[in-house]
Ligand binder design. Structure first.
Ligand code: UD1
Length: 427
């Protein structure tokens, strides 16, 4: 029921600290299930996807608590293996409990995962990789009363050599979560290189797992019998940082990022430099408000340009001089943001997986709806740079990944507020 109201066309100036990474927090929290004793996770963002993950851990019998950005998970008394419930259906990353539950309990029952409707999002690669570790999938394992879902069991997880046909982030993480407690050695070829996958490996290594990243996308894991509890601090969220950089580019201004994960954003920084936006080594972004077009941009697995920043980039390019082209290679429904941007006066033509964005001098405020999480952040960026008032419905999508987008942009001088439309006419 909540919506954002933004009065745009103000430069963004000030200092920002970026929240902890969502896509690292979710697998790291899931990996807390793989051993007894309390794991303490610091810098854990206060976002809906994290709260849903903690609720699932609670459902399994883990003790969880939160004090500000520090979360504690103790899986010593975890005893359940079924995670049917609204939370598991809501988030895509609930599928990671498959690998973790199989590692911990030898069985798992979960609904098909939810998440943003950005494409068909199959999980065939997850299932095939786990099958190679000895997992069987069958409805015969369904506990009474559970509906359609994934039912898996394994007598004994055994290491194997697995080649992923494509470097899926989720399939890589699921395989790692199952393999760390499997007997013998597992090799994952063509594994995802995303920093969040690296972060899961770092966390598990600290817990005592034997995981080595070899050349290219090969990960070698020697299974261990137990893992120990640890304290771990999550790094800054590169996608939140990237979307704020793009909002700053669209609005113009000067933003100092206290903890910019610049090394994880090289593809974006290269495009920003083409657009005439400078980001210094000290984490300060300076944009004059006269953006240049970006030429051709193609989304790709890390270290390529991230699909999660495609919509925020599209929003910024609406304000650039000249034509830019974006090719989306990962998720087929990620151009739905274009239709909302057009309501604000954007000139965007989409055809299949390609979009042509003709920069215009100015966009104007409008009533729009966030189509998904990153599309929502893109509309916020466009609204901040557009003339007039914009109202953005679908705040719940944005809250899945941004701790407090109003607080962050208000601290940079933006006119943005969260409102409740319960008492207003639906628009
Ligand atoms: C993760 C991220 C998401 C990001 C995406 C790509 C999390 C919680 N989410 O999602 O924010 O946009 O990586 O960087 O970390 N695929 C298959 N079969 C499978 C699995 C994937 O065909 O079994 C395809 C997908 O349809 C997609 C591509 O592989 O085209 C990449 O997907 P994947 O890397 O698995 O993304 P997610 O892990 O879902």
């Amino acid at each position: 029921m909540r919506y954002l109201e933004i009065a745009g066309k103000r430069p963004l100036c000030g200092e920002l600290t970026i929240q902890g990474s969502k896509n690292a927090a979710l697998p790291v929290l899931t990996a807390c299930l793989l051993g007894d004793g309390p794991c303490v996770i610091e810098n854990c963002p206060q976002i809906q996807d994290v709260e849903d993950t903690l609720a699932i851990l609670g459902m399994l019998g883990c003790k969880t608590s939160r004090a500000g950005h520090t979360v504690s998970v103790d899986a010593s008394e975890a005893e359940h293996f079924a995670i049917f419930g609204a939370e598991a259906q809501r988030i895509r990353s609930s599928v990671l409990f498959l690998g973790a539950l199989l590692g911990r309990m030898g069985k798992a029952a979960l609904p098909y995962p939810g998440g943003c409707a950005i494409g068909s999002r199959p999980i065939d690669l997850h299932l095939k990789a786990l099958e190679e570790l000895g997992v069987r999938f069958s409805d015969e394992n369904a506990p009474e009363g559970c509906g359609a879902g994934i039912y898996a069991s394994v007598f004994h997880l055994k290491g194997a050599c697995i080649r992923l046909p494509q470097p899926s982030v989720g399939a890589t993480e699921n395989t790692i979560l199952a393999a760390v407690l499997a007997e013998g050695e597992t090799v994952i070829e063509n594994a995802a290189l995303e920093p969040e996958t690296e972060e899961l490996c770092r966390f598990l290594s600290l817990r005592g797992a034997d995981i080595r990243r070899e050349c290219g996308g090969r990960i070698r894991i020697s299974g261990k019998r137990t893992l120990k509890p640890v304290r771990y601090r999550l790094t800054a969220d590169r996608i939140v940082a990237g979307s704020y950089l793009l909002a700053g580019a669209a609005c113009g201004g000067e933003i100092h990022f206290c903890n910019l994960p610049a090394g994880q954003l090289l593809a974006l920084l290269e495009i920003l430099s083409r657009m005439g936006v400078a980001v210094g080594e000290d984490g300060t972004m300076r944009a004059q408000g006269n953006l240049l077009a970006a030429g051709n941009v193609v989304t790709a697995p890390y270290p390529g340009f991230p699909t999660d920043l495609q919509s925020p980039l599209m929003a910024a390019l609406c304000f650039a001089q000249g034509e830019s082209r974006i090719c989306e290679t990962m998720f087929e429904n990620r151009f739905r943001t274009a239709a909302e941007l057009r309501k604000m006066g954007a000139e965007i033509l989409t055809e299949g997986s390609c979009a042509r964005i003709q920069g215009t001098k100015a966009l104007h405020g409008a009533d729009v709806r966030a189509p998904d999480l990153r599309g929502g952040a893109a509309l916020v960026a466009a609204a901040l740079a557009a003339a007039g008032r914009t109202r953005i419905q679908g705040y719940n999508y944005i809250a899945r990944g941004y701790e407090d987008i109003c607080r962050d942009f208000q601290s940079l001088g933006a006119d943005i507020r969260l409102a409740d439309c319960r008492d207003e006419k639906v628009w």
